[in-house]
Design a protein around this ligand. Structure first.
Ligand code: NAP
Length: 290
């Protein structure tokens, strides 16, 4: 039987609609309009698309979004000055710096400069630490989107072996950290470019999460029959979006799989909206139900 498709597009729409309802309520109760400030340095075509999609999603859900476009030659000092201005602006609840930044900029220093309470991407070390300790302020958007997909699809995680391919600070490491939290209770293995016999490890995974950045890296012979496969990858091949999993081949082995596009990508944006709403609620002294 072919794998069940885990439909991120539809689920993301449900989450965004919920954010829209709660945003209207927040505005009605407090007058506070959740406001995301996005910063785009240069004109990388993929980044342009990502930022546009995030802006559109904000608008549809009733959140305000402002895009700050900076020239590719912007200096570290100028970018830091903008972050400081946004940090101090009480009407801004979320700050997003679109990555990658041009090579001459120090991304770590920039991301560290974002006020943790406005760090809706959850990249700041304070937010990473809180997440690791199981008391998150914000969850990083992509791993949080994956967790939501597993939850809604009723994928059992307790005692299951989850294998995460990739150890980036943005996806792989936080993904593994969320899967191992109490209450989720997976047993987690992280693989990377120096992992020996990665195929053998992947074949033991009940849940296999690919965040490698190599088109169709995961072949069907790396998947345990009946495993749940989550494809985080977004790769452009001949103008086409391709994941990190050989989707057609994986369909014949896995029990469930996320497509690319229409899987994890839309969930990432939905989680960004949820974090921005949460930040706005927190600024109003309210706890968030999302
Ligand atoms: P990244 O920073 O480039 O990290 C890639 C990871 O894959 C690294 O840990 C690397 O290992 C590992 N890797 C590379 N080649 C490997 C190999 N041959 N065998 C095993 N591991 C290997 O990428 P990322 O930011 O985590 O993103 C990963 C993918 O997800 C990309 O396609 C990206 O576009 C996509 N993405 C999607 C979303 C979304 O919303 N869906 C969000 C973010 C990223 P080393 O650490 O040893 O180098």
């Amino acid at each position: 039987m072919p794998a069940q498709i885990i439909d991120g597009k539809t689920l993301a729409e449900t989450v965004r609609n919920q954010v829209a309802v709660e945003t209207r309520q927040l505005i009605y109760d407090t007058g506070i309009v959740p406001h995301l400030a996005a910063v785009l340095v240069g004109s990388d075509p993929a980044s342009e698309v990502y930022v546009r999609n995030k802006e559109r999603a904000c608008q549809k859900a009733g959140l305000k979004s402002t895009l700050h476009r900076l020239d590719a030659a912007t200096t570290q000092a100028d970018l830091l000055a903008l972050i400081t201005t946004l940090n101090c602006d009480m009407k801004i609840h979320g700050i997003l710096v679109q990555l990658p930044l041009p090579m001459h900029l120090d991304a770590t220093q920039i991301l560290d400069a974002i006020l943790p309470t406005k760090d809706v991407d959850a990249f700041h070390p304070e937010n990473t630490g809180l997440m690791l300790q199981g008391r998150p302020r914000f969850l990083p958007c992509t791993p949080a989107g994956v967790m939501k997909m597993l939850e809604v699809s009723q994928v059992p995680t307790a005692g299951k072996h989850a294998v995460v391919i990739g150890r980036s600070d943005i996806v792989g490491k936080p993904m593994a950290a969320l899967l191992v939290q109490k209450g989720v209770d997976a047993t987690v293995t992280i693989c990377h470019s120096r992992t020996a016999d990665i195929g053998a490890i992947c074949r033991t995974a009940d849940i296999l999460i690919a965040a490698v950045g190599i088109p169709e890296f995961v072949k069907s012979d790396m998947i345990k029959p009946g495993a749940v496969v989550i494809d985080v990858g977004i790769n452009r091949v001949n103008e086409r979006l391709v994941g990190d999993v050989d989707f057609n081949a994986a369909m014949t082995v896995a029990s469930a799989i996320t497509p690319v596009p229409g899987g994890v990508g839309p969930m990432t944006i939905a989680m960004l909206l949820q974090n921005t709403l949460k930040s706005a609620r927190q600024s109003a002294g309210r706890t968030s139900s999302t």
